[in-house]
Design a protein around this ligand. Sequence first.
Ligand SMILES: *[C@@H]1O[C@H](CO)[C@@H](O)[C@H](O)[C@H]1NC(C)=O
Ligand SMILES: *[C@@H]1O[C@H](CO)[C@@H](O)[C@H](O)[C@H]1NC(C)=O
Ligand SMILES: *[C@@H]1O[C@H](CO)[C@@H](O)[C@H](O)[C@H]1NC(C)=O
Length: 361
Amino acid sequence: MRSFLSISSCHLFYSILVIDSLLAITSAYKPLSDSFLRNISSGGSDFNPDHGTLLSPLLIPRALETAGHVTVQHHFVNFFNNELPKWTMEWYNSTKTTPLGVEVRIANLVFKREPPWTKQGQANWLTLAAHYDSKSFPEGSVGATDSAVPCAVLMHVARSIDRYVTQMHDEMAALGEGGTIEMDMGVQILFLDGKEALDEKGPALYGSRALSETWEMRTNPVGSKYPNALSQISIFVLLDVLGSINPLIPSYFLLTHWAYRNMASLEDRLRKISLLETSPSSAFFSATNESTMQSEIASDHVPFLERGVPFIQLLPSPLPPTADTIEDKGENLHLPTVRDWAKIVTGFALEWLDMMEVWPE
Ligand SMILES: *[C@@H]1O[C@H](CO)[C@@H](O)[C@H](O)[C@H]1NC(C)=O
Ligand SMILES: *[C@@H]1O[C@H](CO)[C@@H](O)[C@H](O)[C@H]1NC(C)=O
Ligand SMILES: *[C@@H]1O[C@H](CO)[C@@H](O)[C@H](O)[C@H]1NC(C)=O
């Protein structure tokens, strides 16, 4: 289900206002060395659709108000509890009445690592997001690319960056550093709920609307660097409809085109040293294209965009032929592409968080 996205000029104007803080962030972005790139794991068999520990539990129907929906919540919670105990967990629960009068429960899940020295309203957040609910029709849809694979990739990213985040925080706390934008970086992973419609046309975006509203209303103490929780998002990276062969990801937003180009050059370097499995001729990003294109697909970034949050949408254009059909299932995934995504998104997170600082070289 698609609908056309229109952005009012007012929102665009507001977006321009955040350009200053973005430029400040730019300066901290540091490419990883080749040896660091070589150390990034692809996740291997954890992305196997039948028995992979990350992906296979997600490949079930998981529409709102179904048993599968609860099962995947447990999958996230157990994974972070067991493997990543330093990440804090926050639920953002709400209810929503659909156009046909059905009340549904929405539960967004957020996992985060905050620098130990930052006070409320001080940290800026690298924010990586995907939605975890599936469509309720056609019945039995498991939404493999939309967005089981994106969720599994984000779990892998969290696991891959965890040790470096710990080391960075420990070293900086010991040195008494912190207090500047480049130093006060946290990371949060959003598993968004209620993206898919139940009884209306087009995407519902219940979870992303509720969360962006809540964070906009959550004001920080007077004198904080950031006025509210929403404004602490340095960049919102949405993973959507990933896992099919030959994705082409355009750049959708002028304000973050520089970050898109960093992703493109990261991908290019990974390919040049033969660290990606997919064919060298099938680059996901366009390293040379200077133009951006407006996204016509309303997805979970929209409520954030409307509130002035800079975003990158990792969504292929055109969409794969399986998108929005019952064929969007495990058998139709292209696993080398899935594993390449795991490496690229992990590498981007490490570069954004300036992890060369803790790489032994
Ligand atoms: C590379 O990653 C592995 C874990 O995947 C780790 O054991 C190893 O120490 C890392 N290498 C360096 C130089 O940190
Ligand atoms: C939010 O809802 C989920 C289930 O939908 C539940 O497991 C969780 O405990 C709830 N959290 C809070 C804080 O209410
Ligand atoms: C550059 O990107 C735009 C929008 O993404 C697209 O329409 C155009 O075809 C691309 N040009 C090339 C040469 O790839």
